[in-house]
Design a protein around this ligand. Structure first.
Ligand SMILES: [Zn+2]
Ligand SMILES: [Zn+2]
Length: 224
């Protein structure tokens, strides 16, 4: 079986659907890995965070990268930069050097079927499509996703990159919140009048990664 296609089949399980951008994330990752002459992050790589993938937009492309590189938010080998670009860098921790790929979305659009773009507008942008249209779009996007694996690599601009050293994920002790009794990473504890609180109980603002990127929010949880 086609190596690229295999990862895209897996994307359906991980990402929930196959779409052009998840496919392009897979394609971009496999291309950079092969140019760097390295394989998907191994057991040792993920434990030691030897390989770092840096992504700059939280869209479907990001999931394609996590699937094909093995660098994920959870294993701390994926670094998310909130710059809003379709870009992937892969660097080795040994020298913090590697390659950065930038994907030109305008060039990519040229490969999308017109009907697909129209449906995307209705289903995702305007959120006012019916079940039939959602079904039609997902079938069309899946087909387009597989096609993306074969399109010309000129949609990508690839350059050498070097990044500032980034520490490995530190491990912190936990402290109990004096209000809710839940354990909290000690660096996230808020001290008020000699007591320790979690951010929720202290009712302070904190950072959250949501659809539009990293945002400052306050008290997401409501009383139920
Ligand atoms: Zn998607
Ligand atoms: Zn609390």
């Amino acid at each position: 079986m086609n190596y690229k296609k295999e990862w895209l089949d897996y994307a359906k399980k991980f990402h929930g659907h196959i779409c052009p951008y998840v496919a392009l994330g897979v394609k971009a990752s496999l291309l950079l890995l092969s140019k760097l002459n390295i394989k998907r992050a191994s057991t040792e790589d993920t434990i030691n965070e030897n390989l770092l993938a840096i992504v700059e937009c939280n869209n479907c492309f990001l999931d394609g990268v996590q699937i094909a590189t093995g660098c994920t938010i959870g294993n701390n080998s994926l670094i998310y930069l909130d710059t809003g670009k379709n870009s992937l860098s892969i660097v080795r921790r040994s020298n913090f050097e590697g390659l950065r790929l930038y994907m030109d979305s305008d060039k990519v659009k040229g490969y999308f079927p017109k009907r697909g773009l129209k449906l995307f507008d209705k289903v995702v942008k305007q959120r006012n499509a019916n079940q039939e249209e959602i079904k039609e779009m997902s079938a069309l996007w899946e087909e387009t996703g597989y096609k993306m694996l074969e399109i010309d690599n000129s949609i990508f601009d690839i350059k050498p990159v070097k990044i500032k050293p980034i520490e490995r994920a530190p491990i912190f002790d936990s402290l109990k919140c004096d209000n809710c009794s839940e354990l909290v990473m000690s660096t996230k504890i808020i001290e008020q009048d000699g007591k320790h609180y979690c951010a929720t109980c202290a009712n302070i603002e904190y950072q959250a990664l949501i659809g539009r990127g990293i945002q400052t929010i306050q008290s997401l949880f409501l009383e139920v």
